[in-house]
Design a protein around this ligand. Structure first.
Ligand SMILES: C[S@@+](CC[C@H](N)C(=O)[O-])C[C@H]1O[C@@H](n2cnc3c(N)ncnc32)[C@H](O)[C@@H]1O
Length: 462
């Protein structure tokens, strides 16, 4: 295909630049761009493991080589329409995007920040790696996108996350030298999205690439202030433009000599970054990783792993004071918990208006910050009673629940429940959790031989 014909599909300046950069490799790169996008999902290890998932999932799955929990699926599988999706058993995620959290690799107990987090693919991956320990702060400045992020955190049963809706500099005031690990999955020109999202193509221009690079350096600047000495940071994009990748990291390292690149060497399928594509690029830029759509099955990504070698040690902020719940509130929650739960989740409570949360320990004072979700939402205090939240059901394991309505994925009542219908099922009186193959789907309330549906209205299936 000539450049003129290609122009019908992709911006000419993009193709010309890629041809200049890739030389002999341009042809296979371009061939890859004409293929359909690949599709992937990541098993949520807060809820199950890949072995069990492979036994129960009715999809055509093959392993993503660089992530133990990642799988390719085939288009007719439509995993977004399966009840397991509603139960948060997996997250639908483009396979090369699974590389970033895998490289950051938080350890149990770490304090982790995901600074540009919506819709939450990488946040839910980081949460799975933390396994309910430590703290995850998932931030997104766009209000609508922050809401979607919060819903995905809820669906995936993440119980140790603070979700905020802030610009990075506002967070940096509150969290200086606070985090052990930070992910900056930067807003970018999205060239790796061209195959699956024609809008990304429409919005692209050389000027947009330059503007993205300016914003990315600003975001990295601020992120670096929130990392403790010895902490590590992953910077990633889903674009091919050197100005947003090797060039950006070169500019950052020139400004902050206290950072060094950590080699990303464990993944055979990744290619090294290209120092010669950055003006004055240091040889260490080869320690960054490029995921090319013509060299692996994925849309494309860039990942840089940086360590802060010096600076302020971990600063432990003055923690917010544990709140003593009003006696009435505590009583109605305890009454609910005795009826509905086997092991009451323990920890620090927080009352935000009428909403009761369990908050991760070690949080600084959040006053003045735009907080979408300060922790695990347990429920709402109504007059003389407690109403459990969807987040509570989705964050519970089945052995923590007193009464369940256990359904299999093939049972018609699963769809009835997800549509918001009343169920005719036997169960003890009071709050029950409807499960699909052992995974909580949501609350119901048994009365007079019927189960009243408490699946959230906004999530109901048509
Ligand atoms: C590549 S997307 C993040 C995808 C996400 N990490 C995931 O895996 O689902 C980049 C996000 O950065 C957000 N963003 C835009 N401007 C930002 C800024 N100045 N600081 C932080 N995030 C920003 C965008 O709204 C967008 O949601």
């Amino acid at each position: 295909m000539s450049l003129a014909e290609e122009r019908t599909y992709y911006p000419e300046a993009f193709l010309t630049r890629m041809q200049e950069l890739l030389g002999a490799e341009y042809a296979p790169f371009h061939d890859a761009l004409t293929q359909p996008a690949v599709q992937g999902l990541r098993v949520n290890t807060l809820k199950t493991n890949p072995e069990r998932f492979l036994e129960i999932a009715p999809f055509h799955l093959t392993a993503v080589p660089w992530v133990a929990d990642g799988f390719y699926y085939e288009a007719p599988d439509r995993p977004g329409k399966h009840p397991y999706h509603a139960a948060g058993v997996y997250y639908i995620q483009e396979p090369s995007a699974m590389s970033a959290a895998e490289v950051l690799q938080p350890k149990r107990g770490d304090r982790v920040l995901d600074l540009c987090a919506a819709p939450g693919g990488k946040s839910t991956h980081l949460a799975a790696l933390l396994q309910g320990t430590g703290l995850l702060v998932a931030n997104e400045p766009h209000p609508q996108r922050a809401k979607i992020l919060s819903e995905n955190i809820e669906r995936c049963g993440v119980t140790n996350a603070l979700v905020t809706n802030e610009m990075p500099d506002r967070l940096a005031e509150r969290f200086p030298a606070f985090f052990d690990k930070i992910l900056v999955d930067a807003p970018c020109s999205g060239e790796g999205m061209f195959r699956k999202d024609p809008d990304a193509c429409e919005e692209w221009s050389p000027g947009h690439v330059t503007a993205c690079a300016v914003r990315q350096l600003d975001i990295l600047d601020v992120a670096s202030q929130m990392l403790r000495a010895g902490g590590t940071l992953v910077y990633s994009t889903c674009t091919f433009a050197p100005a947003e990748n090797e060039g950006l990291i070169e500019s950052f390292l020139q400004k902050y000599p206290v950072f060094e690149l950590v080699e990303i060497h464990t993944f055979d399928h990744f290619s090294p970054g290209q120092p010669q594509w950055a003006a004055g690029g240091r040889p260490e830029l080869a320690k960054t990783a490029r995921l090319w759509p013509h060299r692996l099955r994925g849309e494309g990504h860039f990942v840089a792993h940086l360590r802060k070698t010096d600076g302020e040690p971990a600063r432990r902020q003055k923690e917010s004071k544990p709140i003593k719940l009003p006696a009435e509130a505590l009583k109605s929650y305890q009454q609910f918990a005795e009826q509905a739960l086997r092991n009451m989740p323990s920890g620090e409570f927080l009352l935000f208006g009428d909403n009761l949360y369990l908050v991760p320990s070690g949080l600084p004072d959040l006053k003045g910050l735009k907080v979408v979700r300060p922790g695990w939402h347990l429920g709402t205090l109504k007059k003389n009673r407690f109403e459990p939240s969807h987040a509570l059901a989705l964050g519970l394991r089945v052995d923590h629940i007193q009464h369940t309505v256990p359904l299999t994925a093939a049972h018609p009542d699963v769809v009835h429940y997800l549509r918001g219908e009343t169920l005719n099922a036997e169960s003890a009186k009071g709050w029950v959790v409807v499960t699909v193959d052992g995974f909580p789907l949501g609350w119901g309330k048994q009365a007079s031989g019927m189960i009243k549906n408490h699946y959230p209205k906004g999530l109901r299936w048509p």
